[in-house]
Design a protein around this ligand. Structure first.
Ligand SMILES: *Cc1c(COP(=O)(O)O)cnc(C)c1O
Length: 360
């Protein structure tokens, strides 16, 4: 049976988008492809409130997380960690041979400007300063959104040489990210989350100063290298074969996103989040710090000791799927995603099914 996805990626894909993906194939060195890329890129710049470059990679987000750290540092990287995905970025940084440290908070808490300030100033005082910091904006494993705008303001004001790398995988296109005004250097996401497309394509905004930094890095890698992307950027092409079908679908989806209106889109996500959070407080409890709850995914503490696996099985028979707790939070929590093209009506329907199954 078809299951509507309420998991934090991949999420539900509308039929119109699936159809757009099935458009006839075009050659990636043909003018038709250049026209497509040159058409979709400004729409992504509008989404991210940026005049700087936005690259398209045939990759999942993890690939771009790797490419971003490789090109960001000639000194030392600070990885902020508040859950599984931010922890993974630290591991990615380490196994690429970069010098790095992590600063971690317990699961359910956010990364704050104070935490970043403390770590960066200790780095500077040690004589081995950091020149890049990674932040996962929306920690999908815990349902926490860290205040990236405030973190970036602090870093820009006090540590001008530190690049700000942001994993916005599970919130880009679901909440406002003002790339230029906030002073971000890299902001990346895959399209299977708030863009509500099938997986396989990643989007990455890169500042001019991050592109300059990349020129100074001895081993920036090849596949994700901005310098390689720049060789064909103005022409509307990528060095390697792009995910043409997904970009066709993305172009269609960006029209729909802009037609909805960005402010209305952010509000719809905030409304869905508030609806699910209220429900969670009534029947269970919220796992994470109330001040930093995610607008796109809610992590609910399993205070009733239900079997999340059984619940999901029964939801499956009714045509829906939610997520168990991530990693060590399995069965201790469950997660409901409210991202992409889902609506408050979808959430109402889903929560009624859960109430019915559990007899709440
Ligand atoms: C899903 C997710 C990732 C990994 O994305 P892939 O597309 O599977 O590589 C990374 N970070 C966050 C915050 C995520 O939610």
């Amino acid at each position: 049976m078809y299951k509507k996805l309420f998991i934090p990626g991949p999420t539900h894909v509308r039929d119109e988008i699936l159809a757009a993906q099935a458009a006839p194939m075009i050659g990636h060195r043909a003018s038709e492809y250049s026209a497509l890329q040159l058409e979709v890129t400004p729409k992504l710049q509008q989404l991210l409130y940026t005049q700087q470059r936005v690259y398209l990679y045939a990759s999942s987000s993890t690939g771009v997380m790797e490419g971003a750290v490789r090109q960001a540092s000639t000194q030392r990287v600070l990885n902020t960690v508040c859950g599984e995905f931010s922890s993974r970025w630290h591991e990615i940084t380490r196994v690429n041979g970069l010098v790095c440290e992590q600063v971690a908070v317990p699961a359910g808490q956010a990364i704050t400007p104070e935490i970043v300030d403390q770590a960066l100033s200790a780095g500077a005082a040690s004589g081995d300063p950091y020149d890049a910091v990674t932040v996962v904006m929306n920690e999908t494993s815990t349902g926490v959104m860290s205040p990236v705008k405030d973190i970036a303001a602090l870093v820009r004001a006090k540590y001008p040489d530190v690049l700000i790398l942001v994993d916005a995988v599970s919130c880009m296109a679901g909440t406002k990210i003002e790339f230029d005004a906030w002073g971000l250097d890299v902001c990346l996401a895959g399209v299977q989350k708030c863009f509500a497309l099938p997986p396989g394509l990643a989007i990455c905004a890169v500042s001019d100063r991050a592109r300059e930094r990349a020129q100074q890095v001895e081993f920036p890698g090849h596949y994700f290298a901005y310098a390689e992307m720049d060789k064909r950027y103005d022409k509307g092409q990528t060095p390697a074969t792009p995910a043409i079908s997904l970009i066709q679908a993305l172009n269609r989806q960006m029209d729909d996103i802009l037609a909805e209106g960005l402010d209305r889109r952010w509000q719809r996500h905030a409304d869905m989040a508030a609806f699910v959070q209220d429900w969670a407080r009534r029947y269970f409890a919220l796992f994470s710090d109330e001040r930093y709850l995610s607008p796109t995914v809610t992590n609910i503490s399993n205070t009733r000791g239900i079997s999340v696996a059984d619940l999901n099985k029964q939801l499956g028979e009714r045509g829906a799927m939610i997520s168990n707790g991530y990693g060590s939070l399995k069965e201790k929590c469950f997660r409901i995603a409210h991202m992409g093209d889902l609506t408050t009506d979808d959430m109402r329907w889903l929560l009624l099914q859960i109430e019915d199954i559990l007899g709440l």
